[in-house]
Design a protein. Structure first.
Length: 194
């Protein structure tokens, strides 16, 4: 993240995203595949790390192997091998950004669900400060109900941040500055939806 100053002199926290250039590697049509979509590929990959099937797929599009392939829908038609750049975005426009959130591993109920724990550490509380408490009934139904908020793996899920403003576009460097935070670690892949 970084910060830039707007016209009023206010510092705005922004995330810098490298967005392109993306190459059209497949054009799907309703006649052949049953729906209309355009497949875009991003980020150079090594030939040795690419399967023969994907090498053939990228060769047909006239491009080198890529790491990330995603489908989008466009109003205007795109041709195979065409490059999609940042010209489709406008400063001040609002976009949705999809990514995979940072995985936090196995966590207890206080961190995972915001439970408060027992509270006071006095009056016989030995090791129950961050415990979940009672789980439910006793002899009936003699089980834990589905969906009970308990400890478990946190993070590492698909997250969509909606209505993030594009503050600045740097087309010569293929960078977009978006107001606020986006899901995932540094260097993670994101999908920008208009």
């Amino acid at each position: 993240m970084t910060g830039i100053f707007n016209e009023a002199g206010k510092n705005i926290a922004c995330t810098v995203i490298e967005a392109g250039p993306c190459v059209v590697t497949q054009v799907k049509t309703a006649a052949k595949e049953g729906y209309d979509a355009v497949q875009l590929a991003f980020d150079e990959a090594k030939e040795k790390n690419t399967s023969k099937q994907l090498k053939g797929h990228f060769t047909k599009a006239g491009t080198t192997p890529k790491r990330k392939v995603v489908e989008f829908t466009f109003e205007e038609e795109k041709a195979l091998g065409e490059t999609v750049s940042l010209e489709i975005f406008v400063e001040g426009e609002y976009v949705d950004i999809v990514g995979t959130s940072k995985g936090k591993g196995f966590q207890g109920v206080v961190k995972r669900h915001g439970f408060s724990g027992v509270g006071m550490a006095t009056h016989g509380q030995h090791n129950r400060l961050r415990a979940p408490g009672s789980l439910g009934a006793s002899s009936w139904p003699s089980r834990v109900f589905k969906g009970m908020r308990m400890a478990g793996r946190t993070g590492g899920k698909r997250v969509k941040m909606q209505n993030l403003e594009i503050v600045k576009i740097l087309p010569e460097k293929n960078l977009i500055l978006v107001k606020g935070a986006v899901p995932g670690p540094k260097g993670g892949y994101l999908i920008i939806e208009k």
